[in-house]
Design a protein around this ligand. Sequence first.
Ligand code: F0G
Length: 461
Amino acid sequence: MPIPRRSWAEPFKIKVVEPVRLTAPGQRLAAIREAGYNTFLLRSEDVYIDLLTDSGTSAMSDRQWAGMMLGDEAYAGSRNFYRLEAAVQRLYGYRYLIPTHQGRGAEHIISRILIKPGDVIAGNMYFTTTRLHQELAGGRFEDVVIPEAHDPASEHPFKGNVDLEKLEALIARHGAARMPYVSIAATVNMAGGQPISLENLRAVRKLTARHGIRVILDATRVAENAYFIQQREAGQQGRSIAEIVKETCSLTDGCTMSAKKDALANIGGFLALNDETVFEEARNLVVVYEGLHTYGGMAGRDMEAVAIGLEESVEDSHIRARVGQVLYLGEKLRAWGIPIVLPIGGHGVFLDARAFLPHLPQEQYPAQALAAALYLDSGVRAMERGTVSAGRNQDTGEENRPKLELVRLAIPRRVYTQAHMDVVAESVFCVHEERQRVPGLKMVYEPRYLRFFQARFEPLA
Ligand code: F0G
């Protein structure tokens, strides 16, 4: 008898385990009340399966842990800095490296250098910290992602693509002198981990080059983006992830990077650049905000872990299993008719909270409510990516009402098993069965910046 299909498995075995525990329903209720119905404010001890984020939550390899022992904790000129610099040059192809404590440190520095008050920064959908740093530098963010990105049901293979006509119209309206750079994310987190194609990025490069506008890449999940290119884009099937990553970077002038995601480290980040003048300014500013330009807020051992993680992140077998696990969870939910963002993204499965909880208007924060309900059901922690995350309009102070009202089940890399994914899927199924009982929320405390991290809520019913 022929076997119907051949499975793949993770390209690693497990050497160290960390116990997790499921608390009782009454304890979960007490914990979520204490946390103001905000999963960011839960204690991780009270969480069973933690899908809050894929950021800094990866399991490091034995090579990375061995590398940690080779940390050279010199204040200046640590050998691990040079290892990291060489890894970025080899794998991403940029000339200059500025280490930072994490991605937002790099966003801060590049925004301060390139943005003047009144400038307009176009990008393929906003990311929370990226946009805030652009705004704090006096800029205004304009979304130029294709419209399909705002439609959870659209199965466009590259929902992270830029709408080139929209970008061209923006340049015509504001003039290239007011547009210091175009901000390109690969993948687009807020759209559901959706990729941008090489073809589209090449076209963005061509268009912006005509106007002398830079392209700055958010390379946080560039290896996952490369996987989708390899799987979906015409002519890319024979290429390695490493080749595609390098070409992606080559179409841009620099990148900001959170090493806490693709790069498989628990902390770290960097700014990488090709322009020597911008680099020199960044090397000076980093000293003010992060640390000396050969550590930028990272310990030597962390730079070593990032250097090794970067190498591992572009291995084809790694990325196939990583995204494969996300697809496994997503396919399961999809087969059960649970509304999720399609196509399934690279770093997580995103529940469509508007379709999931149609009885809740957006003013009652359906995604926040759904994340709380999921935690109450099973101790699974997810994250709101909807109205709370979108914040308020810079000029009017009104709440932004994004089309996407999502709950993200972000999957840490190399951390959970297929059985954990089954438990998560079954819990989502049960909450869906009982969805009429999920109450809306009202916000009772709202911090000024990035409110989703610390806001507090109370149930309405
Ligand atoms: N860019 C993207 C696309 C991100 O997803 C993140 C972080 C950052 C930049 C900022 O990097 O956290 O190292 O300062 N995203 C995390 C998340 C927080 O959960 O998606 P950072």
